[in-house]
Design a protein around this ligand. Structure first.
Ligand SMILES: [Zn+2]
Length: 108
């Protein structure tokens, strides 16, 4: 027992479509650098030095969350800037509303 279904298609030079029981993944890259979108949504980046057998694999969790990511990417942290209403001092998030929910003051 233990059948496994796994098939991979070369759809273009350097681009490969991988089909397995868990879904469809995609892998694209050139010699020494490869980005793989796995069936579970994770993105795996493989950097290798051709001819040496040395490679470095980074896995990024689906949806940009940190998950098992080995490298913390600061650009993925949502920036929530808050400021206070110049009229009443009510605290609000920039870009969320155009007017203060407290006093109706127009917000920049
Ligand atoms: Zn206000």
């Amino acid at each position: 027992m233990g059948f496994r279904f796994r098939k991979s298609f070369k759809i273009a030079p350097g681009i490969r479509l991988n089909m397995s029981k868990s879904g469809i993944g995609m892998s694209a890259g050139v010699k020494g650098f490869r980005v793989t979108k796995r069936a579970d949504g994770r993105v795996q980046r493989t950097t290798s030095i051709p001819g040496t057998g040395i490679s470095y694999v980074e896995t990024h969790a689906a949806g940009g969350s940190f998950g098992n990511s080995q490298v913390a990417d600061a650009s993925e942290v949502p920036t929530r800037k808050t400021t206070t209403c110049p009229n009443c001092g009510h605290r609000y998030t920039i870009g969320k509303a155009n007017f203060c929910s407290q006093c109706g003051q127009q917000l920049v």
